[in-house]
Unconditional design. Structure first.
Ligand SMILES: *Cc1c(COP(=O)(O)O)cnc(C)c1O
Length: 644
């Protein structure tokens, strides 16, 4: 091993509790130290107040009975939890979960007894500010402006997860799209206004933000009476006030806008469209080519929308699809936004990077600049492909992004994030129309987000989660040299896994046809299998499902019975495109005509998420990747021998 990679391994050694609980002493020390620290804080609040619970209370039978009940229940819970999924183990390569970063876990545990509520500064004087800072940290990782002194600084906040962050993206895009229409309808004087309702509803997102800004400046110079009058008048025209029905009834030439997303998009997009009242039918799923959004199809759809005067709310590009880890051409979506906005069809570009967001750390230098592709590529066999590089390099030009710290951020659940490019747009989400004004002067950046509850979809919200994310980003800054070591490791693991899969396919070619259906863009690797000689997709699907039965959670059996945990997904011709489908079926020696026979018109394949930091155990010279393929080979032979 070269010294460089040795140094890398050493830092990572302190990052996690470890598969064997190796860092138990460290975590225990931290938890006890900060629990005591919390207790001293209580005692030092008003030391003149005497203890309210007597020192002899613990001898009372009621106390003892309560304690006994509590202990019994806690032991039962603890025992039941032993059936949990062993996310921490390098034998777990199923879904998007792994070990937890110690700085985040410790920060969260230490914050819990303070119980801050990030709904507002009143309930969380410390952690609300940390949440706004987390937004800036993530903005920097994505390439957005993250200097709060700048007028066009980005803004981000945490959500319960990617689902709610995607919903926030829809909500903000709709507010931005409809607001210029409200201004126009209210007839606000002195503002440079779009000439008609269609253009007002189709501004480039940058122009829409500029209009919000101009409106606020106009209000700031108006007299208090005028300000109130105009605010009320504009508010009455807004979509948030009238509702979808009232707004579109008032503007009968406008249709309800569509959301364009790739067919592999997460189902949170369907939920979001329903929740916002747009309706599921406004979500138009675009075909893909090679598991990425088909740029020609996007173009053709936008052309059709323009022709039919069908407004588009946003185009969604996915950075790291949930099922395949593929990265959509974000750069092409941005280019389409520019072209079509110039022709009168304005829409926002949102990146759903719930899974892949933290891969962006690999592309950032410590000073925040974008690294060159050669520099990013050093140390990898294939990553990043030119397409992936161009896509991720374009993140800073998008309008908003979803990132899940509880996925590739290795943090406990309840941590998603929404980040938008220019914070001035966020004023439209405020529950209080004149929140900006204390007197007449707008508050500063930090000041304005101290009442977070005004802008976020939730109300009360855990400040402890925020503390975990913040501290993690401070201990491991979001650039390639720090946090980037983690995604770098998962990419190397995925490349090793891919290479080993190809060797498996070669070694077992007499018994099974095995194919990596497409080279992975990131750290998810899929594997398709078909018993040698079989031509039927239905038979191949049944075979892969049997294999997966060995690889999935089964609470009726002891956990230790399982050698490995994996997951499955499917390949659908409408996502692959005809050429790719044929190529993969050919490679598997399957008859395309049999695909429809299995009911679903889809091929079941194994899916592996390679985010565990210990897949290659350097300490003991063990590759869990090799062991997995040995296990898989044995299972394949056993199933075939049993006549499956
Ligand atoms: C996981 C995921 C989501 C949903 O995020 P939750 O945190 O589960 O709510 C959305 N989009 C993508 C691409 C995802 O991978």
């Amino acid at each position: 091993m070269q010294p460089a990679s040795d140094a890398r391994t050493r830092t990572l050694d302190a990052c996690f509790l470890g598969p064997y609980g190796e860092n138990d002493a460290l975590l225990e020390k931290l938890v006890v130290e900060f629990l005591r620290d919390h207790v001293y804080w209580r005692r030092n609040f008003h030391p003149e107040d005497p203890p309210a619970i007597s020192t002899t209370a613990a001898q009372h039978p009621d106390y003892q009975a309560f304690e006994a009940r509590m202990r019994r229940e806690l032991h039962q819970l603890s025992a039941a939890l032993k059936k949990s999924v062993p996310f921490h183990s390098p034998r777990y390569i199923g879904h998007m979960a792994s070990d937890l970063l110690l700085p985040g876990l410790a920060a969260q545990i230490l914050t819990l007894p303070y119980n801050p509520n990030n709904v507002s500064e009143d309930a969380a004087p410390v952690t609300v500010e940390l949440e706004v800072k987390v937004g800036l940290q993530l903005a920097g990782m994505l390439g957005y402006v993250n200097d709060p002194q700048r007028a066009d600084c980005a803004f981000g906040h945490l959500t319960s997860g990617g689902t709610l962050a995607n919903y926030q993206a829809l909500r903000l895009a709709l507010a931005q799209k409809a607001f210029p229409v409200a201004l126009l309808a209210a007839g606000v004087p002195d503002l440079a206004m779009p000439e008609d309702v269609w253009s007002a509803f189709n501004l480039h997102p940058h122009a829409a933000t500029a209009l919000v800004d101009a409106w606020q400046q106009w209000l700031a110079q108006a007299t208090p009476a005028e300000r109130r009058r105009w605010q009320a008048r504009v508010q009455g025209e807004r979509i948030e006030q009238r509702g979808l029905a009232g707004f579109f009834a008032a503007h009968p030439t406008l249709k309800v806008p569509k959301v364009l997303a790739p067919i592999t998009a997460h189902y949170s997009w369907s939920k979001g469209c329903k929740l916002l009242g747009l309706g599921r039918s406004q979500l138009e799923l675009l075909p893909e080519r090679g598991m990425r959004i088909d740029v020609d199809a996007l173009d053709a759809t936008l052309e059709r929308c323009l022709r039919e005067r069908q407004p588009v709310l946003m185009a969604v590009a996915v950075m790291g699809t949930t099922e395949y880890g593929t990265v959509d051409p974000i750069d092409a979506a941005v280019a389409a936004r520019e072209r079509f906005a110039a022709r009168g069809l304005g829409f926002a570009v949102h990146v759903d990077a719930a899974w892949g967001g933290y891969l962006a750390t690999l592309f950032r230098s410590a000073d925040g600049s974008l690294r060159a592709r050669e520099d990013v590529a050093a140390g990898f066999a294939h990553f990043p492909s030119p397409e992936v590089y161009s896509a991720i390099a374009a993140l800073g030009d998008t309008d908003s992004v979803t990132v899940d710290p509880h996925k590739l951020g290795y943090l406990p659940y309840g941590a998603g994030a929404f980040i938008c490019r220019d914070h001035r747009a966020v004023a439209l989400l405020s529950e209080e129309a004149d929140y900006v004004f204390h007197g007449a002067a707008p508050k500063d950046y930090m000041g304005r987000y101290r009442s977070l509850g005004q802008f976020i979809p939730e109300g009360s919200k855990s400040g402890a989660t925020v503390a975990g994310v913040y501290v993690t980003h401070k201990v491991l800054p979001l650039d390639h040299a720090h946090f980037g070591q983690l995604p770098a490791q998962t990419i190397r693991a995925a490349e090793a896994f891919h290479a080993r899969a190809l060797r498996f396919a070669d070694e077992l070619r007499e018994v099974v046809r095995a194919v990596v259906p497409f080279a992975p863009d990131s750290n998810l690797v899929c594997f398709a299998l078909n018993p040698a000689g079989n031509r039927s997709a239905a038979v191949a699907n049944a075979f892969v499902r049997r294999l997966h039965d060995e690889l999935r959670v089964d609470t009726s059996r002891p956990l230790q019975d399982k050698q490995f945990f994996g997951s499955v997904t499917t390949l659908r011709p409408e996502a692959l495109g005809e050429t790719e489908t044929r190529r993969i079926l050919d490679a598997l020696d399957l008859d395309p005509a049999t695909l429809a026979e299995d009911g679903g018109d889809r091929l079941v394949i194994l899916r592996h998420t390679l985010m565990n930091p210990y897949l290659i155990d350097h300490e003991n010279g063990i590759s869990y990747i090799d062991r997995y393929f040995e296990h898989l080979g044995a299972r394949v032979r056993a199933l075939l021998a049993a006549g499956n």
